[in-house]
Ligand binder design. Structure first.
Ligand SMILES: C[S@@+](CC[C@H](N)C(=O)[O-])C[C@H]1O[C@@H](n2cnc3c(N)ncnc32)[C@H](O)[C@@H]1O
Length: 232
């Protein structure tokens, strides 16, 4: 379960170390959860990404948040702190052990009323959801991002933002496929498909952010999906 990409920085190592040490830890239970995860190598967003998500979520004060990939509930707890008073967060994980651990953490942090957990594969769960989310945070199986993208775009409200985590694979996503070990070729191909689809589009604003192993952020600006890519 270790996220090896977390230890293979995509920006200068001293900058990563600075972002992880100079930016204060989070207060209270959320900070304890982050420390617990990091001490045990449980794959949660690295501190620099968490700081960004914290500031971004505090700024937009979302009413509805959807997360794909709960793990033990660190990023969900972080975001849930900034829900508007009527707000709600829904988080999906397919791994029963993570579900139980996240549930215990949400109970302990007093967040159970504002968080709904769904146990299952996002491929099955996403098509069953309705609603219009202000923020979707996708942090699950990387090869599936391109498959989940249409559902996430459908579920976003106009002007809502999708944040996709870990898109650079320590920079190897930009290498030629022949240089990629066979066992991770599918992830490489699918992430490149994701980039082609999103970055070439004029329908939705998007931005790559080199935090952690890289974020891809997309703001929904049309009811239409990304335009088909015309290949020469
Ligand atoms: C990197 S961890 C999530 C970390 C969490 N967002 C945090 O920062 O606190 C990824 C999680 O996604 C879950 N996951 C991976 N693929 C999934 C899928 N297709 N459907 C649902 N959950 C999935 C895994 O079980 C794992 O717990």
């Amino acid at each position: 379960m270790l996220n090896e990409m977390m230890h293979r920085p995509i920006v200068m190592e001293k900058i990563v170390n600075y972002m992880r040490t100079a930016q204060l830890p989070f207060d209270g239970g959320v900070g304890e959860l982050e420390a617990y995860a990091n001490e045990r190598g449980i794959p949660v967003v690295p501190h620099e990404t968490a700081k960004f998500i914290d500031l971004f979520t505090a700024t937009i004060q979302p009413n509805q948040i959807l997360e794909v990939g709960t793990a033990i509930g660190f990023s969900a707890s972080l975001m849930a702190q900034h829900l508007s008073s009527e707000g709600h967060l829904t988080t999906i994980d397919r791994y029963p052990d993570m579900y139980e651990r996240a549930k215990a953490n949400f109970d302990r942090l007093g967040l159970s009323d504002s968080i709904t957990m769904i146990e299952g594969d996002a491929a099955d769960v996403l098509p069953t959801l309705d609603g219009s989310y202000d923020l979707i945070f996708m942090d699950s199986a990387k090869a599936k991002y391109i498959e989940f993208l249409p559902e996430c775009m459908r579920l976003l409200k106009m002007g809502g933002v999708l944040i996709i985590d870990d898109v650079f694979q320590a920079g190897t996503v930009l290498d030629d496929e022949s240089e990629i070990p066979k066992r991770v070729r599918k992830i490489h191909r699918k992430l490149n498909e994701l980039f082609e689809t999103v970055l070439n589009s004029k329908r939705h604003r998007s931005c790559l952010v080199p935090l952690g192993d890289g974020l891809l952020m997309i703001r929904k600006e049309s009811e239409e999906y990304f335009e088909a890519i015309e290949k020469e």
